[in-house]
Design a protein. Structure first.
Length: 140
């Protein structure tokens, strides 16, 4: 299996768990978002700076498959397995993998689009950003 293009280590906080003692499903989306933001920072793309330039990268679709629950205090990696470019969309393929047993807890496909001045636009700034593009696979 291919190595992820990015991984970010995190730990479950107690308040993220529900009455069953497992991480509430909504928190997985937060974890995925944190990893994407950290990845963009690694590529020298900062959400605040992009917004100040009139460019907003927003989630347009989320698909998450839950496989194994995370529990309070579990350590895990939130990964980006690959990034695909399809037209004006970027699709982030992500996984949450529990440490230390390597169990995949969830898998996601997160679709991101670009708004310029609040309108759906080609993500030209991101398309031309070399540090980001080296991780992107074009849809064929």
């Amino acid at each position: 299996m291919n190595e992820p293009v990015f991984r970010y280590e995190m730990k479950v906080r107690d308040y993220e768990c529900d009455a069953q003692g497992i991480v509430n499903n909504a928190n997985y989306q937060h974890y995925y978002e944190v990893a994407r933001h950290e990845f963009l920072e690694m590529c020298n793309l900062n959400f605040k700076n992009l917004h100040d330039k009139g460019l907003d990268l927003v989630v347009s679709q989320v698909q998450i498959k839950y496989k194994t629950s995370l529990l309070g205090m579990d350590r895990f990696l939130c990964t980006i397995k690959k990034i695909e470019k399809k037209g004006v969309r970027y699709i982030f393929h992500q996984e949450i993998v529990r440490i230390p047993d390597g169990q995949i807890c969830s898998m996601a496909q997160i679709e991101v689009v670009s708004l310029v001045g609040g309108k759906l636009s080609k993500p030209e700034f991101v398309d031309n950003h070399t540090e980001f593009q080296r991780y992107v696979e074009s849809w064929k």
